[in-house]
Design a protein around this ligand. Sequence first.
Ligand SMILES: Nc1ncnc2c1ncn2[C@@H]1O[C@H](COP(=O)(O)OP(=O)(O)OP(=O)(O)O)[C@@H](O)[C@H]1O
Ligand SMILES: O=P(O)(O)OC[C@H]1O[C@H](OP(=O)(O)OP(=O)(O)O)[C@H](O)[C@@H]1O
Length: 214
Amino acid sequence: MSKLKIALTKGRTEQQVVPLLEKSGIDCSGLRDKQRRLIFDEDENFEIILVKGQDVLTYLNNGTVQIGIVGSDILEEQGNYQYQMLDLNVGRCRFVLASGKNFDPSASKRKIIATKYPNITRNYFKRIGEDVEIIRIEGSVELAPITGLADAIVDIVETGTTLKENNLQIYAKLQPVNTRVVVNRLGLRQQKKQIYNFINQLQQANEKFSEVVK
Ligand SMILES: Nc1ncnc2c1ncn2[C@@H]1O[C@H](COP(=O)(O)OP(=O)(O)OP(=O)(O)O)[C@@H](O)[C@H]1O
Ligand SMILES: O=P(O)(O)OC[C@H]1O[C@H](OP(=O)(O)OP(=O)(O)O)[C@H](O)[C@@H]1O
C-alpha cells in the first residue's frame, strides 16, 4: 500500500498542526528535529512535505499529494471551496478592516486599501457596494496606512498586538479564519479507506469535525 502524501503549510500552521498529527498517531519525529529538511517519511503510512501555504493547492491539484493542510484565508483567496474535509480548531484568527484613528470609513472619496488578500478585499467591498482601489503587498501590511501608501488595510488579526503596537484600530470585522484539511478528489477515490482513516484519526485528535466533502 502506497503512503498517503500530505502537503503541510510551513511556519505557523506547521507549529500548530504537528502536535495534532502526533496525537493522531503519526510519527513526526523528523519534523520535530528538522532544520532545513522539507520532506519527512519516518511514518510507515505517511509522507509529509513542507510547502508555502500558497503552493498547497498546486501540489494537491496536480496529484503530487493527496492531502493538504492550509489556512482558510488562502483557500478563499485562491477561490477553492470544493475539497475541504476537516475544519481544524487551530490557526484561528479573523480578517479585519483596520486603519489609524483619523480614518473615516464613510468618507465618499474612493479609498485605497492595501492587503495580502486582494480577492477577499475586492469581494468584501463589492458586498458592501463600495468601489475601492486595491494595492497588493506581501507583508508588514500595517505599514501601509501609517506611511500613507493606503487609507486602510484588510488583514488577519489574531491577538491584536500588531495593530495595537502600530496605533491602528479595527473598523470592520470580516470573516473568521482557521486551518483546513483539503483532499484531492482522485486521491479520495483511489485511497478512500486510508484517507477516511486519516481524517477520523485527526478528527478524534482535534475533537471537532465540521464538514465532509459533498
Ligand atoms: N497572526 C496569525 N495568527 C494565527 N494564524 C495566522 C496568523 N497569521 C497568519 N495565520 C494563519 O497561518 C497561515 C500561515 O501563516 P504564516 O505567517 O506562517 O505564513 P505567511 O503569512 O505566508 O508568512 P511567510 O510569508 O513569512 O511564510 C496563514 O495562511 C493563516 O491561515
Ligand atoms: O494580531 P496579531 O497576533 O498581532 O497577528 C496579526 C499579524 O500576523 C500576521 O502577520 P505575519 O506575522 O504573518 O507577518 P507578515 O507581516 O510578514 O505577513 C498578520 O498579517 C498580522 O500582521
